[in-house]
Design a binder for this molecule. Structure first.
Ligand code: BGC
Ligand code: CA
Length: 298
């Protein structure tokens, strides 16, 4: 049934590696990044007038972005040097906590805030060599702590509606994993697979969780978004006109618009001419609603 969802391009920006979409409930806009294009994007949907789009060029690759509880504090980016605060208006940027700053072979990738306002994000080798990455959390006191080692490509994450589980993707494992989550302590334990994704379906990348507790996963190389039940059953698919979706996030006034970021860095010139919308921001209305997005509270 979900195959028939009408997926539309809402921003034809041609991102090199679009990533990290996150809805900002306060400002009613979607933040996202172009990692290799070194840019921060803001998309403000307007039902009756043209959407407003803003792009900020950055000096370094942003892996993910989080709005702050106090909008006057700007946004927090994950960068190849660590977690950094950015005031998009002035361009003023300050490193909050170093992450693998001395390791030029790695960069930070996907990340997201939990219900308590911590910011979780991991790293990967730029050449994607195995086991070079880690997974970290920025506490609200501004200190970063490492929570996992030997990560391949640290990617999508999200939480169950009751906050008892954290879903996590290391793309090199080809699986979506689940941890028990202790929200008060900020601890993850008891890692196991939620679902192993067959290679033919693509590589699991970014994800989000809806208010029914189902997990939406972008399939890099797979040209689709899959929806999995909390017990790991494939429940629905959205087919896309591009092969490399990177991440998904619910947004809009009722959190029913599913935004999808995509990439063109993995495509040849010939493939780009076959899928000219690669790198665009897409949107569809598959039915379920997302959960209220979290913000960084530090
Ligand atoms: C990374 C890409 C990587 C892809 C593969 C993305 O999150 O940013 O560099 O190729 O995941 O899964
Ligand atoms: Ca990703």
């Amino acid at each position: 049934m979900m195959n028939e969802v009408d997926v539309q391009v809402v921003s034809r920006v041609g991102a090199i590696l679009g990533e990290g979409p996150i809805w900002d409930a306060e400002a009613q806009c979607l933040w996202w990044v172009d990692i290799l294009g070194k840019a921060l994007h803001r998309f403000e949907p307007a039902p009756d007038s043209p959407n407003r789009e803003t792009r900020w060029a950055l000096a370094i690759e942003p892996g993910a972005v989080a709005p702050c509880a106090d909008p006057r504090r700007g946004v927090v980016l994950v960068t190849p040097e660590g977690f950094a605060r950015l005031h998009p208006g002035s361009g003023q940027q300050a490193l909050l906590a170093e992450v693998e700053r001395d390791n030029a072979a790695t960069r930070m990738n996907d990340g997201k805030c939990d219900s308590r306002g911590r910011f979780w994000a991991g790293t990967m080798a730029r050449d994607e060599s195995p086991g070079a990455g880690g997974f970290y959390v920025l506490e609200i006191d501004g200190r970063a702590r490492q929570v996992l080692r030997d990560v391949g490509i640290s990617n999508g994450l999200g939480w169950s509606p009751d906050d008892s589980l954290m879903y996590y993707v290391d793309s090199h494992t080809g699986a979506v994993d689940v941890f028990d989550f202790d929200a008060a302590a900020g601890e993850i334990t008891h890692r196991r697979h939620l679902v192993e994704i067959p290679e033919a379906d693509g590589i699991p990348d970014g994800l989000c969780v809806d208010s029914d507790g189902f997990v939406w996963v972008a399939l890099w190389e797979g040209g689709a978004i899959h929806r999995y039940s909390p017990d790991g059953r494939l429940d629905g698919k959205i087919e896309l006109p591009v092969t490399h979706p990177t991440s998904v996030a619910f947004g809009g006034p009722e959190l029913r618009d599913l935004y999808i970021t995509t990439a063109r860095c993995a495509l040849t010139e010939a493939q780009i001419s076959e899928q000219p919308d690669a790198g665009a921001l897409f949107r569809c209305r598959p039915g379920p609603a997302g959960m209220g997005p979290n913000v960084y509270r530090g």
